[in-house]
Design a protein around this ligand. Structure first.
Ligand code: MG
Length: 155
């Protein structure tokens, strides 16, 4: 078995869609980034890469590379899953923590869970999504950013 963890944070900005776990969440602002800035899938990608000892997302998909401009983060996950398959491993489970003051994500939890499971090609019961606020503290609490943690177990 192999375990991996990931973290990511992106700044909220005007005129960007808010994409979390592969779905669009209605909100006046979205996350700034080179790709679709899906902070949930970026943390998950880093967890997968970490579990197979393949560095991190910046190593494989550098934002200096025009190939990844506007990329869909599900493509990053697909590449990470190739490393997983090459090692004859598969996902046992993924546990995700989303940190956002706004929008409130508790109502989107199940949709994000289903979307992430679909992207990982696993049943939804292998993916858990938690949504938390920062109680108004720090850059997330002041609605400047959204962050995500991910832990995966491969078997
Ligand atoms: Mg990122």
């Amino acid at each position: 078995m192999r375990v991996g963890m990931g973290f990511d944070i992106h700044r909220l900005a005007e005129n960007r869609p808010l994409i979390l776990g592969g779905i669009r969440v209605p909100h006046p602002k979205g996350l700034l980034g080179h790709s679709d800035a899906d902070v949930v899938l970026h943390a998950l990608c880093d967890a997968l890469l970490g579990a197979v000892g393949e560095g991190d997302i910046g190593l494989h998909f550098p934002d200096s590379d025009p190939r990844w401009k506007g990329a869909q983060s599900r493509d990053f996950i697909e590449k990470a899953l190739e490393f997983v398959r090459r090692r004859n491993l598969k996902l046992a489970n993924a546990d995700l923590v989303l940190l956002a003051e706004a929008p409130k994500l508790s109502g989107h939890r199940q949709a994000i869970q289903r979307s992430v499971a679909e992207i990982l090609s696993v049943k939804p019961d292998r993916v858990n999504v938690k949504a938390k606020t920062m109680e108004g503290l720090g850059p997330i609490g002041s609605q400047e950013a959204v962050a995500s943690y991910a832990v995966v177990l491969l078997e």
